[in-house]
Write a protein of this length. Structure first.
Length: 520
């Protein structure tokens, strides 16, 4: 018996009485699914791709969903994963549940004889939050340009990334953590088995994500479990190429120690006790300390950087990039940045870092310190990772790389939390999803043109591995001999890598650090 969030499994005669304009039910590997018709699109919401990860399945690899009888009415989004906070400032908090492993599909209502390419979107949120049903991620506009869009939920926070010695011991793979990544892989397996029933081409699947979703794409490219499940990759403002020596928390042994400390912070000492706690209790204690991926022998045997250097990643065309002012959306109290406490504040956020990293961002006054902090966070979190990814893929593989730099300033309202963001973290999403219509901001014709251009670039890449198309400014490949970047703004231009001086300084420090032994 399937125990979903509030699944309406109805007899077909009842459906026909209320769904006059609904598409015909589709038979999937789990059973019949009934979506809803919205003009030229058919939309399917809340389809289970794995069993609810509750009770004894908490902190276990996702299991196949139980098949159902009758017709599954897939016209309502499932709850998001358990989380505290939101993935984007200003976002409405989603309804949440531990029972969260469902996906959504946007596709054309009319079936062409030719199967359509597929984009599978992975939401961001720092691995602590995020939602597959967030309106900004809806696939309605991209689907009208000839692709199928899939979004799905995955476990975040301690539900998705708790490592613990007991979990490692009970695992047949002697690993723990990364349950959220396993959810992502389970969703891709469901797509491979079922997307053909919805008019999609299982041999033309692009994984795409922003922020933690972009980092997830890196990790899926590096995971042996995800090989053969996708054919192209889009990485927006996310990566995981930094030296492990500077982030020893990603080691399984470190994650296990954090897991033990987390259990103690909740007043329990065993996994059995943790599994007995209500889901809401697990968001307390030191939950934020166990909300990140780890290197484990099963899902992620090595860091993405080492995997790419060894040529062991999934070799696919890549579209990658970041935004000009990424950090402005993430540093909530910029006025608190002072020259006198700059180094100490960095250490609180990042831990001990090589002095040469900070030396690349000089300052004297408080105002210069604020600019240095924004540049430092921009480069270390996003800019260097995009550049590293482009170089790794283009220099050692046969597949093409297309590199972008988003420099456009959206018309964020002056009275909103986003008032001073500029081309910051998240800002490109309204444009690449072509979702300006979701906000009543003072959009200009230039905004609308950029949204049409970017959504066309993205859908062209999903279709062919090449963003170029008729009527679009030429986007050249990024190559080792010619590092060309597409600058996305009112005027689209091709130039060199942005902020190259400071990125080279970061690169030089990272190269030295990698020669040191791993931290413990």
């Amino acid at each position: 018996m399937f125990t979903g969030f509030q699944l309406a499994v109805l007899a077909l005669p009842l459906l026909t009485a209320t769904m006059h304009h609904a598409p015909k039910p589709i038979r999937t590997t789990g059973g019949l699914v009934q979506g809803a018709r919205y003009g030229e699109l058919s939309v399917y919401k809340g389809i289970p791709f794995a069993s609810p990860p509750i009770g004894p399945l908490r902190w276990r690899e996702p299991q196949l969903p139980a098949p159902w009888t009758g017709v599954l009415l897939a016209d309502k989004f499932a709850p998001a994963a358990m989380q505290s906070g939101v993935s984007m400032p200003g976002e409405t908090p989603p309804v949440t549940s531990e029972d969260c492993l469902y996906l959504n599909i946007w596709t054309r209502a009319s079936r062409d004889t030719k199967a359509l390419p597929v984009m599978v979107w992975i939401y961001g949120g720092g691995f602590t939050s995020g939602s597959a049903s967030m309106p900004l991620y809806w696939g309605d506009r991209l689907s009208r340009k000839g692709v199928i869009v899939v979004t799905f939920g995955y476990r975040v926070g301690p539900f998705g990334f708790l490592a613990h010695p007991e979990l490692t011991l009970e695992s047949p793979h002697r690993s723990s953590g990364n349950y959220g990544l396993m959810d992502q892989i389970a969703a891709l397996k469901w797509v491979k088995r079922n997307i053909g029933f919805f008019g999609g081409d299982a041999n033309r699947v692009t994984i795409a994500g922003q922020s933690a979703g972009g980092a997830s794409v890196n990790m899926l490219m590096s995971s042996p479990l995800a090989k053969g499940l996708f054919h192209q990759a889009i990485i927006q403002s996310g990566g995981m190429y930094e030296p492990v020596q500077l982030a020893p928390r990603v080691l399984l042994s470190s994650g296990e120690r954090e897991g033990e400390a987390y259990a103690k912070s909740l007043g329990v000492n065993s996994i059995a006790d943790l599994r007995a706690l209500p889901a809401s209790e697990l968001l307390k204690g030191s939950a934020d300390q166990v909300s990140h991926p780890v290197l484990d022998p099963y899902v992620l045997p090595d860091s993405p950087y080492n995997t790419f250097m060894a040529g062991k990643e999934t070799d696919v065309p890549v579209l990658v990039g970041s935004n000009a002012d990424e950090a402005r959306a993430l540093i909530t109290d910029l006025d608190a940045v002072k020259a006198s406490t700059f180094s100490e504040d960095i250490a609180k956020s990042w831990g001990a870092l090589p002095p040469a990293l900070l030396a690349a961002y000089p300052f004297v006054t408080d105002e210069e310190a604020r600019k240095a902090r924004l540049a430092f966070e921009r480069d270390l979190r996003f800019g260097w990772d995009a550049w590293a990814c482009a170089r790794l893929v283009s220099s050692r593989r046969s597949c093409d790389v297309y590199y972008y730099h988003f420099t456009h300033r959206p018309p964020f309202p002056a009275d909103s939390v986003r008032a001073n963001w500029g081309p910051s973290h998240y800002a490109e999403l309204w444009y690449m999803f072509d979702h300006l219509n979701q906000e009543t901001w003072a959009w200009s014709p230039k905004d609308r043109k950029l949204a049409d251009t970017m959504s066309s670039y993205w859908t062209n890449f999903i279709k062919s591995g090449n963003p170029n198309g008729r009527g679009l400014p030429l986007w050249p490949k990024f190559t080792p001999n010619k590092e060309q970047v597409q600058y996305l703004d009112d005027m689209i231009e091709t130039k060199g890598v942005a902020n190259l001086k400071s990125l080279r300084a970061v690169d030089a420090v990272y190269s030295q650090v990698r020669g040191a032994p791993l931290g413990h």
